[in-house]
Design a protein around this ligand. Structure first.
Ligand code: DAH
Length: 404
């Protein structure tokens, strides 16, 4: 027997189209069918087909009809038509093959049974072969469409995941730390909220001293009677805190944030970064100080750079100096950056004022040392010729990328 298989969803064996709709479609299809398919509604007797030849001729007509419809269906290539088409031909209850079995084969006279059976089987085999071919083609089309969709195009560019990089200020911190660690210094950190004592008094800046003027800063609201607190204006308080805790020899650097009540512009910000330095021992001379400063500047800005010390004033150093370097942009010849002087100011420094030792119970007669305070933004600006301090804090990747 022929079978309509499981691969083709036939309506009358449980398809997805609502049954009433399905019946309508098939009925419409069958009633509008031109000759010869109407012939399957009648018996051979009614059709007056009494010989083998007449029977075969009827099957030829049916097969031709099938082939024509199949060709049309193939051209239209519509999934709904496909369903109707196969239901029309293979439907279990009212498909063409079923009708032929019911109307032609079963009631046929015994002498025609054999030819009807043969012709019917051959027609079924033909229809079945076409159906198999059509199923395979549909599956293949679906597969190649899917594989086209899922195909990995290895020639497409990959997803670029942006790599982060260290901020230029962080790079300067690390570079300076590297230099001083190589000289035997240790790195210490201190609080950003300080008492006036550590920020000023113990650094030899008494209450009404004019040196406080340019260090105006932010004071915290404190409960009445409580010791006032402020945001540190420099990293120098850590000189005091370290010497309070530690006996000489002391060799430290202190990287960190500091705050001042300054309006932001190209050279100022209300927060910036410093690295404090302090060396105290029994035999530290001005030569050690000068040698250390020169070594640091050459390591940081390059071996050709020369330094000079200019007298200056800080309450906690005596003598105090400003450390200048030959301009890195014009090699000392004079340019816009150094205002034609050939020199640029790097940082403040000096020999520790003996008065400071008094605040930490160090013996000023036996000890000596030096200190320095590096502005990290300024040193970075000089190293890379950055004209605006605000660029550090705007997080513009076009700026930051240059330091990646
Ligand atoms: N604390 C000073 C400031 O913020 C910088 C400074 C100058 C620090 C000289 C020092 C020093 O240790 O010796 O302006």
């Amino acid at each position: 027997m022929w079978g309509h298989g499981n691969a083709v969803p036939l309506h009358d064996c449980g398809c997805t189209i609502q049954r009433s709709v399905h019946v309508q479609i098939v009925t419409h299809f069958l009633t509008t069918m031109p000759e010869p398919l109407q012939k399957i509604e009648r018996t051979l007797q009614q059709l007056e087909a009494g010989t083998n030849e007449q029977v075969s001729a009827l099957f030829v007509e049916v097969r031709k009809k099938f082939n024509d419809q199949e060709a049309l269906r193939r051209k239209e290539n519509n999934p709904t038509n496909l369903l109707v088409f196969w239901t029309t031909w293979l439907g279990r209850k009212s498909g063409v093959l079923t009708k032929i079995t019911e109307n032609w084969l079963k009631p046929s006279p015994p002498d025609l049974k054999r030819i009807v059976g043969q012709e019917l089987n051959s027609l079924k085999a033909h229809i079945e072969a076409v159906r198999l071919e059509q199923t395979a083609a549909t599956e293949m089309a679906a597969e190649s469409a899917a594989s086209l969709r899922e195909r990995e195009d290895l020639s497409l560019p990959g997803v670029a995941r942006p790599l982060g990089s260290r901020h230029p200020l962080r790079q300067t911190f690390e570079e300076i730390e590297r230099i001083f660690l190589s000289l035997g210094y240790s790195v210490v950190a201190g609080p950003e909220m300080e008492t006036p004592y550590y920020n000023f008094e113990a650094l030899n800046i008494p209450e009404h001293h004019p040196a406080r003027d340019n260090m105006d800063t932010f004071y915290m609201a404190a409960p009445s009677g409580a010791a006032p607190l402020l945001l540190r204006t420099h990293t120098s308080p850590m000189q005091i805190r370290t010497m309070e805790k530690q006996q000489p020899p002391v060799r430290i650097i202190v990287p960190g944030k500091v705050y001042r009540r300054d309006n932001p512009d190209a050279t100022h910000g209300f927060m910036f970064h410093q690295i404090e330095g302090l060396a105290v021992d029994t035999d530290i001379t001005f030569c050690d100080f000068r040698g250390t400063v020169e070594y640091f500047v050459r390591e940081f800005l390059g071996p050709k750079v020369k330094t000079r010390l200019r007298p200056s004033y800080f309450p906690f150093t005596e003598p105090s100096v400003e450390v200048d370097a030959t301009c890195v942009f014009c090699a000392g010849k004079g340019c816009n950056v150094c205002k034609q002087s050939g020199w640029i100011e790097l940082f403040g420094a000096g020999m520790v004022d003996p008065a400071v030792y008094g605040f930490v119970n160090y013996d000023a007669k036996k000890l000596s040392g030096f200190a320095f305070g590096l502005g990290v933004e300024r040193l970075t600006q000089l190293k890379y010729n950055i004209n605006d301090l605000q660029l550090y804090f705007q997080n513009d990747v076009r700026f930051l990328r240059q330091f990646a």
